[in-house]
Ligand binder design. Sequence first.
Ligand code: DC
Length: 220
Amino acid sequence: MIVAIDGPAGVGKSTIAKNIADKCGLFYINSGNYYRAVAYKHLSFGEKPAIDSEIIKTARSCSFSINNGKLMLDGKLIEHLLHNKKIDMASSVFSSIVEVRLIINEALRDASKSLDIIMEGRDITTVVFPNADLKFYLGASPEIRAERRFRQNESDLSLIELKKEIIKRDYNDLNKKFGALKQANDAVFIDTSYLTIEEVCDKVVQKILGLKQSKVSGES
Ligand code: DC
């Protein structure tokens, strides 16, 4: 089974997908971490220029694997190094390079082979797994997403700065030549603005259980 979830930055996709994976026994894959890992590796070269051909070379050189649910880059655990302002911005810019997207898409499909998965990102329902069994698009306004981030108290940015950053990342996501963020025609839209994490998870879990049930009845 493939469950695909898309939505903008800060809408809660990772928390929600992880939670649902635990509840439904699915393998969780965070596609954003792959783009972050490319940015992390490229930035770690220090003096390497941020030009497309060099970034593509870096993406090609990445070897990805998942160990105990954590993304490994070139055999090393790196997930804890992927969330800071520099990587937020670099991954947002690097992910607009078409070749980088093609490399990551292949790695994502490879990681999912013969598994029941839940994957979240920006183009999972439209490009990576257009034939996913279930598709969801999570939405919330930039104001609400900035407020949530601010309340998490994990950033030293002000509320206004957080909102500006979210708007900038939305712009990059929505305006990609390939793999732009958009709602697939057959995706279920969930407005998370006034829902708790639990309430969003419940909606998705209900659909997954419904699908599992219909598969069982179809078999018998
Ligand atoms: O979900 P995230 O914020 O961790 O993703 C990091 C960056 O990667 C973000 O700027 C958007 C980009 N991304 C993408 O272009 N396509 C995906 N499927 C997932 C993430």
